[in-house]
Design a protein around this ligand. Structure first.
Ligand SMILES: [Fe+2]
Length: 268
């Protein structure tokens, strides 16, 4: 096993350097959309200026308008395939090691914007499995600004996960909020610089709280799983191809095998 694989199995996540040129490219796409949408007048597209405007974005927008803006950018980045191709490229070498190179990629990349003190963009403690997600997938989480403390997301470790998860699922003794409050020491907010990417198993409990820093957070997330790993395995949630994922890098033998099954077993 490689160091990366060992680390991932031990911690449930890895923070690794991403390709800075490509990261700057996707950040610029988001920034240009924000500029247009919010009528921010700046001609300075230098990295430093983009960082300052994103970190201070709460000074440029009201909470009321935030969701429309977020949704508008979400639609734009997911309209063609360019954004998604760059996104995959940023994480490709790590996904090769952790998941495989014949993949299913989530069709839509999500954008989160968390302004300071905003109570409406919270994701309480959860495992993605609760929403019918696949246990075979990883999330690639990309912050577009430096993140730390409550500007970031928190995660626990595999060694604490099993017990908390089963307490949450069996019985109604704990709400997610209570579980987090009771076990706060078992969670840590991830400290990351723009330029780094997080790859984590969303089975490991994670979430966020009110951003009580003085900076806004922009982050992207997208899920990947091995193309031939099972779909809809725990519940029927339409987390399959073509509803939720798209295939990447289908190899000839996979095509041949799938075609054979289709022909001979009358599988649709
Ligand atoms: Fe999640």
């Amino acid at each position: 096993m490689s160091q990366l694989q060992k680390k991932f199995e031990k911690n449930g996540y890895v923070i690794v350097p991403g390709n800075k040129i490509l990261l700057n490219k996707i950040r610029k796409i988001i920034f240009n959309n924000i500029k247009k949408n919010n009528k921010i007048k700046t001609k300075d597209d230098a990295e430093k200026n983009i960082t300052t405007i994103l970190n201070n974005f709460h000074k440029f927008i009201t909470l009321k308008k935030l969701n429309n803006l977020r949704f508008d950018i979400y639609k734009k980045i997911n309209a063609g395939s360019i954004f998604s191709e760059i996104y995959y490229e940023i994480a490709r070498e790590y996904l090769d090691e952790l998941v495989g190179n014949e993949l299913a990629m989530q069709k839509k990349i999500n954008l989160s914007i968390q302004l300071p003190k905003d109570k409406d963009s919270l994701l309480d403690l959860h495992s993605d499995i609760y929403a019918g997600e696949s246990p075979f997938q990883v999330v690639v989480w990309i912050p577009l600004v430096d993140v730390y403390n409550t500007k970031s997301m928190f995660i626990t470790s595999p060694k604490f996960n099993k017990k908390m998860n089963s307490d949450l699922l069996n019985g109604d003794k704990y709400t997610a909020k209570k579980m987090y409050a009771k076990n706060i020491k078992k969670f840590k907010f991830l400290n990351m610089k723009f330029g780094e990417i997080l790859i984590f198993s969303p089975l490991i409990l994670h979430g966020n709280t009110i951003n009580s820093t003085r900076e806004s957070r922009f982050s992207l997330n997208c899920r990947f799983k091995s193309l031939l790993s099972p779909y809809d395995v725990l519940v029927k949630s339409h987390r399959n191809i073509p509803n939720f994922y798209k295939p990447l890098n289908i190899k000839p033998m996979t095509k041949i095998g799938l075609n054979y099954i289709k022909k001979n077993l009358n599988v649709k």
